[in-house]
Design a protein around this ligand. Structure first.
Ligand code: 2HG
Ligand code: ZN
Length: 462
């Protein structure tokens, strides 16, 4: 390690673990987007908030950019380090720090994996209800940085709803202890919510206090086959009116094709174009009867063509695998991803317009639709045609995303529902947010990160 800047960091924080091997730079320099070539200066793995603060102060002195890094499961390039940055990996800060039974809070370090948070909450007879497919790899710090959503938002909301307190080191190296677990706190601006979803551009979380929920009720999972996109929202309305929904997700036959190729079990003998995975409270005769009635109603209306209902946890997990396995089953194709949202009430009109736009924009191309339809959130993954160069493919996709982004602007939607802006959606930010808003964001960044060292180039350019 010959870099003078790193030598000075070593002197400031003698215990700090620093990695500079090519394999480590490659590993920690990328996230799941796989579009950029990793090229960080080094990787720092602090073990304490004090070390994080030393690193941020050093970065200000040396004018080194810092990329905060969790599980790097992000899909928008928010954790990519491709320009000589220092990767600040929170991987070693992964402990549960405390639990309070009266407050019903769990205090954790940012590098803890989401699944470990679920397990810790369960050990105390409670639940941390934010959940999604990357639960085994993503970290709570990254969840907070992107205000992650996932599969239970219709019932529990986004990560933001569950953050009782945050300790952060800002870009200027200050430590802030925000909200401290208070339920009520009307003492001026709530800076906690400014940090949530800021994608590491304002500061880095060094500790989080999470609210916990009652354990979920016993549930059952239904897989439904649908004839059309139009039926989706009607089935959602019928189910929401009759059942206590925990999740309501959809995917298309192309998504099913990919998860089946990837080893999942075929659910129906016949082919159908659209599918829904619905999870709902069960465990009583009344609830089971309501589920059957909802199903029968939708069948009678011609909205549902076929269905199965889980009779065990293992069967429920098998049905969920069809939906949760989609991202992984597509990964080897390096798909181009869209993660868009509109108000739920705008979804039918937006869906019709988007379907036409995608069919025109991608004639004959494998387009995979899925997502959290009950939250107005669509994932549209485009699989590159065999043999097409990645840059040519991305350029073509971006032309379609230009149109999609304009359609979103007309419908008052967002170019990023839950994956963040990062690098991937930066060109479209001004379709979703006004000039005045982005100017304010820049101003806020200047206050919290005056030297622009925190994840520069992500979300917007300075
Ligand atoms: C999901 O809902 C994730 O499964 C990933 O948000 C979506 O791969 C995607 O596009
Ligand atoms: Zn999603």
């Amino acid at each position: 390690m010959t870099d003078q800047r790193l030598e000075r960091l070593r002197r400031l924080a003698p215990e700090l673990r620093l990695l500079t091997d090519a394999a480590d730079l490659e590993h920690y320099g990328r996230d799941w987007t796989r579009r950029w070539t990793p090229a960080p200066l080094a990787v720092a793995l602090p073990a304490s908030a004090d070390e994080v603060q030393s690193i941020v102060r050093w970065a200000n002195d040396e004018h080194v950019a810092v990329v905060p890094s969790g599980g790097r499961t992000g899909l928008s390039g928010g954790a990519v380090a491709a320009n000589g940055e220092l990767v600040l990996s929170m991987e070693r800060m992964n402990r549960v720090v405390g639990f309070d039974a009266v407050d019903r809070t769990l205090t954790v370090q940012p590098g803890i994996v989401l699944e470990a948070v679920h397990n810790a909450a369960r050990e105390h007879g409670l639940a941390y209800p934010v959940d999604f497919g990357a639960r085994g790899s993503c970290s709570i710090g990254g969840n907070i940085a992107t205000n992650a959503g996932g599969i239970r938002v219709i019932r529990y909301g986004n990560t933001r709803n569950w953050i009782a307190g945050l300790k952060v080191v800002t870009g200027s190296g200050e430590v802030l202890d925000l909200n401290r677990g208070l339920v009520k706190n009307a003492s001026g601006y709530d800076l906690r919510h400014l940090l949530i979803g800021s994608e590491g551009t304002l500061g880095v979380v060094v500790e989080a206090t999470l609210w916990l929920a009652d354990p979920p009720p016993p549930t059952q999972v239904m897989l439904l086959a649908l004839p059309s996109f139009e039926a989706l929202m009607q089935v959602f309305a019928a189910f929401r009116a009759r059942l206590e929904l925990e999740a309501f997700e959809f995917f298309t036959d192309r998504a099913l094709h990919h998860v089946l190729v990837h080893g999942a079990q075929r659910p129906f003998a016949e082919d159908y174009p659209y599918f829904v995975v619905a999870e709902f409270a069960s465990g009583s005769e009344a609830r089971e009867a309501a589920a059957l009635a909802a199903f029968e109603f939708c069948v009678e209306q011609g909205l549902v063509l076929d269905g199965v209902i889980s009779q065990s946890d293992a069967q429920a997990a098998q049905l969920w695998r069809l939906r949760e396995g989609i991202t992984e089953s597509l990964a080897r194709h390096k798909p181009y991803k869209n993660d868009v949202s509109v108000r739920v009430s705008a979804m039918p009109a937006f869906l019709a317009e988007t379907q036409a736009l995608i069919e025109r924009g991608y004639p004959g191309v494998d387009v995979v639709w899925f997502g959290h339809i009950g939250d107005g959130n669509l994932h549209i993954n485009v699989v590159p045609p065999e043999g097409m160069a990645q840059d040519v493919f991305v350029a073509q996709c971006e032309q379609v995303t230009d149109l999609l982004s304009a359609a979103l602007a007309r419908h008052g939607g967002s170019i990023s529902a839950e994956h963040g802006i990062g690098l991937v959606k930066k060109p479209y930010l001004l379709d979703t947010r006004s000039e005045a808003e982005v100017a304010l964001m820049r101003g806020i960044k200047r206050v919290l990160d005056p030297n622009g060292i925190m994840n520069p180039g992500k979300v917007f350019d300075a």
